[in-house]
Design a protein around this ligand. Structure first.
Ligand SMILES: [Zn+2]
Length: 238
């Protein structure tokens, strides 16, 4: 989660570089592309979307392309219906298959449509809840972020292995259940299978998940290999 100060710093530095540094308008034209991109970047930063995924181009996707076309893009197209019905997506698959990539794509499209979003991982959420115990400002901001139009939680189930703490588990369950009950959509990702997930979160949450979520089984394949290929090329290592 970003503090108010971190956000202010980001806005200042990003504006200096990309708006006042714009080759076309030097920051003088508020309708220039640079200002529009600046606004999107600020919202993406505040939403904690990983920066690698801010400017995803649909043409770049070649892993799990069918899922992208038939589920992710359809979800984006029907975003308002998802918002009204509280419908979400649950991505299941190994690390590196592109779950975070697809979730970030949905959130960025939501931002472009003026929606509020928040991206967090289970370990991050766990950590921020604990920070909130001692810091009222953190507690207040986290509560606000968790009411965003679209909440994405990555690495679902990861906190279970290390917590062994019923209080924390119940806090996290309360957040998930609260959003489900209030018809607020979520985008979830896990490398657990459905059965393990059910054991971890209990039958109540699992059955609501099954009713409101499109479950997306990601095919194996490593998109990071592609990123690595780009890095090698960019840097001239090959
Ligand atoms: Zn400009």
């Amino acid at each position: 989660m970003r503090t108010k100060k971190e956000l202010e710093n980001f806005i200042f530095l990003h504006k200096m570089k990309f708006v006042y540094g714009c080759k076309i308008c030097k920051g003088k034209n508020p309708n220039c592309k640079c200002s529009i991109r600046h606004k999107i970047a600020v919202t993406a930063y505040e939403s904690c979307i990983p920066q690698d995924f801010w400017w995803i181009n649909a043409d770049d996707i070649d892993n799990n392309k069918d899922i992208f076309e038939n589920t992710v893009k359809v979800y984006v197209k029907n975003m308002n219906k998802a918002l009204n019905g509280g419908y979400g997506l649950l991505f299941i698959g190994d690390n590196g298959v592109g779950k975070t990539y697809f979730i970030s794509y949905v959130l960025m499209e939501a931002i472009k449509k003026g929606r509020t979003t928040y991206f967090t991982t289970m370990p991050d959420l766990d950590c921020n809840i604990k920070r909130g115990f001692k810091d009222q400002e953190i507690e207040r901001r986290l509560r606000l972020m968790l009411t965003s139009d679209f909440l994405a939680i990555d690495e679902l189930g990861k906190e279970r292995s290390k917590n062994n703490n019923n209080y924390m588990d119940s806090q996290i369950e309360r957040i998930i259940k609260g959003r489900l009950d209030d018809n607020q959509p979520m985008l979830l990702a896990t490398n657990m299978d459905l059965e393990t997930l059910e054991k971890a979160y209990g039958p109540t949450i699992s059955s609501i998940l099954l009713g409101k979520f499109q479950i997306v089984m990601m095919e194996p394949g490593d998109y990071r290999a592609k990123l690595r290929g780009r890095m090698l090329k960019d840097m001239g290592y090959e």
